[in-house]
Design a protein around this ligand. Structure first.
Ligand SMILES: Cc1cc2nc3c(=O)[nH]c(=O)nc-3n(C[C@H](O)[C@H](O)[C@H](O)COP(=O)(O)O)c2cc1C
Length: 481
């Protein structure tokens, strides 16, 4: 089922009966807590998590809306990725496998964006003294945040000053006042590398933030794409047609059918305090720091604009849900690109926000196979940033089943022999266990929870009903199960 923009997406989702309109909520904490509780309460009861569209927000005109929980269901992920997920059912590995195949063998190949002169986002254009970010119902998300965050499910657009390629990244954006915003980008992210290139040449960095757009752009901008690849090209590939973009006043292209677009620039040395903000690890981990400011040059928005939001907090959340599926698919592909044989399945667990607890199951083929997998997973692009535990298990263990994984850790891992620590790896200010003076680096534990290679033939047998006996019993005594 094709959709062109966020409004068509909402219509289709409403047809799935997966959209709830909430009227009269307060931007101050109510939208934030309802977003979190909608996911956690419904998930814990095994219920569908609907998308929430907040309208008639306290103190704002009707029609100025905020959309949360957009990607909290398998159906909605399928719609957004242009994938028929009917075959995946409720099986998480089935879903990961479909996403993986789509990412590994994209068709028709990258589709560059098409430049157009106008589009719905130009219905309203504020410049100069008319610029006022406070006219939008920007939520105050978590109780201990430092302010209101306009960009959570947003897409920040920058251009590499050397090679000219356009990057789309999801980085949180705080509203400082009517005409300025702060943005936090972790070290090593593509947007930060580009920004640093401008700053080290003492030049302003043009920045455009798309506050409400296609949820597909949110997925792609928030996942680790190859350096030098524009997410616009990948979005076109997923859709099968080019993203229509308008060249902005700062030279950066933004989607013509976006809801709300903010154009500006970031000037070297121009910083303001940013944070604390509730983060994906489940803490206000990075506290308050000086971060670059975006000085707003122009604001464009559709009539009745919609803010697409994805605020983080202690998992499980919408973000850990869709990130877990995507990161698992990307890691599997990264391991394949490294020519590692016999990876059976992968689980990037929600408990670690998809990054901190990663499990890979393999069929062991040779001595050292396990270590090769663990070291690759600890450093490759999909899982290299802010990881913690990499667990490798045998093929009889489902890496998405935490109970089975921890059983394997408890019974096939001798800590003295089977856990390696790798120091000084890629981390950043968000890591809650690293004290402020050591932020930037963290370690990885590589946990070999496989049967020792040299004892594969002699390792004690597993004491549980065999598959054949299980099938026989289920068939004979169906009323028991
Ligand atoms: C909802 C959401 C919010 C995010 N916020 C930030 C953020 O504030 N800063 C950051 O560096 N990364 C953030 N990320 C992770 C990046 O978007 C992700 O690492 C992405 O690959 C960055 O793009 P880049 O590799 O092109 O820089 C967020 C991810 C999600 C899903």
């Amino acid at each position: 089922m094709d959709y062109k923009d966020l409004r068509e997406w909402l219509q289709i989702v409403s047809g799935f009966d997966e959209l709830k309109v909430v009227k009269g909520a307060d931007w101050n904490l109510e939208i934030g807590s309802l977003h979190e509780l909608n996911h956690k309460e419904n998930m814990s009861k095994g219920k569908l998590v609907p998308a929430l569209l907040f309208d008639e927000i306290k103190g704002y005109p009707p029609g100025f809306r905020v959309l949360t929980n957009s990607l909290s269901s398998v159906n909605r992920l399928g719609l957004t990725l242009n994938l028929d997920l009917a075959g995946a059912g409720n099986d998480q590995q089935g879903l990961i496998e479909m996403v993986r195949k789509k990412m590994a063998a994209p068709s028709p190949g990258p589709v560059p964006p098409k430049v157009v002169q106008t589009g719905p986002v130009m219905e309203n254009i504020d410049e100069g003294s008319a610029i006022d970010l406070t006219k939008f119902p920007v939520p105050f998300w978590h109780e201990d945040d430092c302010g209101r965050y306009i960009g959570t499910g947003s897409v920040t657009i920058t251009r590499d000053p050397d090679d000219g390629w356009i990057n789309l990244g999801t980085y949180r954006v705080m509203m400082h006042d009517e005409k300025s915003m702060g943005f936090y980008i972790s070290p090593g992210k593509h947007g930060r590398i580009q920004r640093e290139k401008y700053f080290s040449a003492n030049k302003p960095c043009p920045v455009t933030v798309v506050i409400g757009g296609d949820p597909l752009h949110l997925i792609l901008a928030s996942k680790e794409m190859d350096y030098g690849t524009s997410e616009y090209d990948i979005a076109g590939e997923y859709k099968g047609f080019p993203v229509e973009v308008i060249e902005g006043v700062n030279g950066l292209p933004f989607p013509a059918d976006a809801e709300l677009v903010i154009e500006g620039e970031s000037i070297p040395g121009d910083t303001k305090p940013e944070g604390p903000f509730g983060e994906w690890t489940g803490y206000y981990g990075s506290g308050m720091r000086e971060e670059p400011v975006i000085r707003v040059k122009r604001v464009l928005y559709r009539n009745d604009p919609i803010i697409l939001a994805a605020p983080p907090c202690k998992p499980p959340t919408m973000n850990s849900f869709f990130a877990g599926i995507f990161r698992s698919a990307m890691l599997r592909n990264d391991l394949e690109k490294n020519s590692i044989p016999d990876v059976r399945a992968v689980g990037c667990h929600e408990i670690g926000g998809s990054r901190l607890f990663v499990v890979i199951s393999i069929k062991q083929r040779y001595p050292g196979h396990v270590k090769q997998v663990a070291m690759s997973a600890a450093q490759c692009h999909s899982t290299g940033y802010l990881g913690r535990f990499i667990v490798v298990v045998d093929e009889d263990i489902d890496p998405t089943n935490l109970h089975d994984v921890m059983w394997a850790v408890c019974t096939r891992c001798d800590p003295e022999r089977d856990i390696d620590i790798v120091r000084n790896c890629w981390s950043g200010p968000l890591d809650p266990i690293i004290p402020p003076e050591r932020k930037g680096f963290s370690s990885r534990a590589l946990i070999d929870a496989c049967r020792p290679y040299d004892r594969l033939a002699t390792f004690p047998k597993v004491a549980q009903v065999s598959p054949a006996l299980r099938t026989a019993m289920l068939n004979k005594w169906p009323e028991l199960f």
